[in-house]
Design a protein. Structure first.
Length: 453
């Protein structure tokens, strides 16, 4: 790219990156999916989230290693390209596009669904358009504007979660006594089975999607080699901690897994513990959560497209540009918003199928990238730790592969078809794989610390 071309604005600190990651995860999703996970686990939801958090920490460790080694935008695409193979990197990026493109779509779709239930006379498509227009405008204006907006939205979301937890515990205290707070029933009850908890953990793992996405903000983060690994670990621990605590309190307030409608179980619980007023507050919290999560998800998708466009894997003149005034990938942000309009014609289960396939392919590839980095450094005469660069990533890759192969068959079919299209496009761009995909090495403004391993 020309030396005088505008670049991304490096301004984010640790707390901002963590907030983006936690917002991307949408902590209130634990309430939105509580009934479904409760059915899978026979009333042991916090156990499923605890198991999922431990599993995700292995992959979070690998993301931290790669973000420190390659502090540039692109996330899993860049990591696989730099450590495994440029063609593998392209295919990872292509598959991850499913995750990054369709996650904002699902977020906006869920938000519109909540609002349609409350305001059935308002056209469904109008809620989707309003969500997309607002998040697109904020993201185009700049990362600082999105950062400040995100902080306000996350504050409200955390407040709603805290109120719900306190009211749940108060309900338990007044109905069954303080002794119930010390019981193990939310984690383990007579109906709990290993198979049920494992299935619930696979479902709960989807709630963690987002800790990885902050790596797309690397080129807008101060001291990325130091900040990104810390942020990724903190996001996973904070998000996982919220999921476990909230599901524990909710499971205490409603033991078992019997609901009139599992999809709206949390509203049933809210009315039980405090009436319609809390149910309305919960609805407001879920809407805010969807908006904040959509803001972060769209930002991440746009920056993945920017990285692939800058490398000229996707057309550079379209995708590899930064707006000269706002210093954001404005075209990519607008494109992500435009694709989100497809949500008007899809249901949640169909669009979610795309996300799950892309996410677990990305997770697996990042773990394998750390192993590839280990091999490269050993060949270069370095001595990276086999525990942190080999054993932990290997465990993470096996866990992610297990989650991948246990996806719904429809997800595997849709993801497989998208992958085949990617192979065809790659064959076209490389003259039937005779040429490597075009690549650009962006300047790394954060030199590696001496002796890092």
């Amino acid at each position: 790219m020309p030396g005088n071309a505008p670049v991304l604005n490096r301004s984010l600190r640790l707390h901002s990156v963590v907030l983006f990651g936690v917002a991307y995860m949408a902590p209130m999703i634990v309430l939105g999916t509580f009934g479904v996970v409760a059915e899978e686990t026979s009333g042991s939801v916090p156990t499923a989230y605890l198991l999922a958090m431990v599993a995700m920490l292995f992959t979070a460790h690998s993301y931290g290693k790669m973000a420190a080694a390659f502090p540039v935008a692109g996330s899993a695409y860049t990591y696989a390209r730099r450590t495994l193979d440029s063609r593998a990197g392209f295919l990872v990026g292509w598959v991850v596009l499913l995750d990054y493109f369709f996650l904002p779509m699902v977020i906006w779709l869920l938000g519109a669904t909540y609002l349609r239930a409350q305001f059935p006379d308002v056209p469904f498509w109008l809620w989707i358009v309003l969500f997309i227009a607002a998040t697109t405008a904020l993201n185009v204006l700049g990362i600082k504007v999105a950062d400040k907006t995100n902080s306000v939205l996350m504050s409200f979301q955390v407040l709603v979660i805290a109120i719900f937890v306190v009211l749940s515990l108060r309900h338990v205290f007044t109905t069954t006594g303080a002794g119930a707070l010390l019981g193990a029933e939310p984690f383990l009850n007579p109906s709990t089975t290993a198979a049920g908890v494992s299935a619930g953990a696979a479902l709960a793992a989807y709630s963690f999607l987002g800790f990885d996405a902050v790596t797309t903000l690397t080129e807008e983060t101060l001291e990325p080699r130091r900040t990104m690994p810390r942020a990724i670990l903190l996001i996973t621990l904070i998000g996982g901690g919220i999921f476990v605590v909230v599901s524990w309190a909710t499971q205490l307030a409603h033991p078992g897994a019997a609901f009139a409608d599992p999809d709206s179980a949390v509203f049933e619980i809210a009315r039980t513990i405090a009436g319609d007023a809390v149910a309305a507050l919960l609805l407001a919290g879920l809407i805010v959560a969807q908006f904040a999560s959509g803001l972060a998800a769209q930002a991440g998708a746009a920056r993945l497209l920017f990285a692939m466009g800058r490398d000229d894997v996707l057309p550079r003149r379209l995708f590899g540009r930064v707006h000269p005034k706002f210093r954001t990938p404005a075209v990519n942000i607008a494109l992500t918003g435009a694709i989100g309009l497809i949500a008007m014609f899809l249901d949640v289960s169909t669009s979610t199928s795309f996300i799950n396939f892309g996410a677990f392919v990305a997770f697996t590839s990042v773990n394998l990238s750390v192993i590839g980095l280990f091999v490269r450094r050993r060949k270069a005469g370095e001595a990276p730790s086999p525990w942190t660069f080999l054993l932990l990533p290997a465990i993470g890759a096996l866990i992610d592969l297990w989650l991948l192969v246990n996806l719904d068959p429809a997800a595997l079919l849709l993801g497989g078809c998208w992958l085949v299209l990617g192979v065809g496009y790659l064959a076209y761009r490389t003259r039937l794989f005779r040429d490597p995909p075009p690549e650009m090495q962006p300047e790394d403004p954060s030199p590696a610390p001496a002796g890092a391993s």
